[in-house]
Unconditional design. Structure first.
Length: 77
């Protein structure tokens, strides 16, 4: 794999270092924080196993069902 050398300020370096996990390289950090994925839960890191994703999905499903029910009532179904 080809590599490039970049120059960053001390402040930028410190911020990256603080975000770096034990098992990550700086390249890993940069790829993680600049990834193009639309997964809003991705940034929660240590919350990954907290069950929050399931709670959010359940709430979303309940909201969608409620919306559909209200829509059916308004349309007389």
């Amino acid at each position: 794999m080809a590599t490039k050398t970049i120059t960053v300020t001390e402040e930028a370096y410190e911020r990256l270092r603080e975000m770096k996990r034990e098992d990550e390289s700086f390249t890993d950090v940069l790829l993680r924080v600049t990834g193009g994925e639309q997964d809003v839960m991705k940034g929660f890191g240590s919350w990954a196993d907290s069950g929050l994703r399931g709670e959010v999905e359940t709430a979303r499903e309940e909201r969608d069902e409620d919306f559909e029910g209200r829509q059916d009532e308004l349309l007389g179904h």
